[in-house]
Design a protein around this ligand. Structure first.
Ligand SMILES: Cc1ncc(COP(=O)(O)O)c(C=O)c1O
Length: 310
């Protein structure tokens, strides 16, 4: 195995004043430290997909993502490590033929460093990413490939995400995670115990996720908290940036602005509001995504806003 499916990350306790006051305990599972490039849930999602691609004798991985996608970089990095060529189908064709702009985008430039080839498509075409005719067009252009879906979520990814929780984690009452496509939380739900509650914090608006998660899970010990998406995918506010910077300063744990920052803002806010009874042990999963900070900082810099401290 190129990536190890049984890799274990450690749980780090954080003791912000408001957490102590509420009489609960909060631990962060440092999945962000699994690998410098293929970090957090991306590592979990790619382990078995890479194995499967090898088993099928494929030599190329093709996947989809936006110009700041954590998944795109992780696939490029994992592909390079495992000896695959990689193709990234990128949402939006503004950067097509603009090599300078591509190299100024930290996400795309990292992908290029790992040898990824890009196919920039219009937003309209991007929406066709699950249609056979669209996939066939990509095959006609690039030849045969192993398709890793957007966000990396498929059955193999869920199997990988089932390894996030270990037997030692049965001591926690509540497990919290950020949610994008729903794959990560599905794996966590499948390996959680009946006495545990799993709470997902979607980083984007929309209630379609519930159905997606139900497709992959059978237990009902989970819920989604839709109150902390900060207006939608990749939207941030000063309050969120202030929280992320304070969290880093007081705990030395960096958070990304798209997923883990919003999730932890939500967890700490729920703690402050007394949602969890005294004595509750909470485990929040750090799903990585830190490569996204640089891209967000370039947006914040252009707007003259406070930057996220790395
Ligand atoms: C850092 C990070 N955390 C959480 C998620 C959400 O994972 P999922 O799409 O499996 O719900 C993603 C991406 O999708 C991510 O990049």
């Amino acid at each position: 195995m190129i990536l190890e499916s049984d890799k274990i990350s450690h749980n780090q306790q954080v003791s912000l004043l408001e957490i102590q006051k509420a009489g609960v305990q909060l631990f962060i599972k440092r999945e962000d430290e699994l690998h410098p490039v293929i970090s957090g849930n991306k590592y979990r999602k790619l382990v078995y997909n890479i194995e499967e691609a090898k088993r099928q004798g494929k030599t190329t991985l093709l996947t989809f993502g936006g110009a700041y996608s954590n998944h795109l970089v992780a696939t490029a990095g994992a592909g390079k490590l495992a000896g695959f060529s990689t193709i990234g189908v990128v949402r939006g064709n503004e950067l097509k033929n603009n090599v300078k702009a591509q190299s100024e985008n930290p996400t795309l430039s990292a992908c290029l460093d790992y040898g990824m080839e890009f196919e920039f498509v219009t937003r309209e075409d991007y929406r066709k990413k699950k249609e056979n005719a669209f996939i066939q067009r990509l095959k006609d252009k690039f030849g045969d490939f192993y398709l890793v879906p957007e966000g990396g979520t498929n059955e193999w990814a869920i199997k990988g995400c089932e390894k996030i929780l270990t037997e030692e984690d049965t001591i926690y009452d509540v497990i919290c995670t950020a949610v994008g496509t729903g794959g990560t939380i599905s794996g966590i739900i499948n390996s959680s115990k009946p006495h545990q509650k799993v709470i997902g914090f979607p980083a984007l608006k929309g209630d379609f996720l519930r159905k997606e998660i139900e497709k992959y899970t059978i237990s009902d010990n989970w819920s989604l908290n839709l109150d902390y998406n900060f207006g939608g995918y990749a939207k941030v506010s000063q309050k969120l940036i202030t929280f992320i910077n304070r969290f880093k300063k007081e705990t030395n744990i960096p958070l990304d602005p798209v997923y883990t920052g919003k999730m932890l803002y939500g967890v700490v806010d729920m703690i402050k509001r007394g949602v969890f009874p005294k004595g509750t042990k909470i485990l929040a999963i750090h799903t990585g995504g830190l490569q996204g900070i640089e891209g967000m900082n370039s947006v914040l810099r252009n707007k003259g806003k406070e930057l996220i401290v790395i």
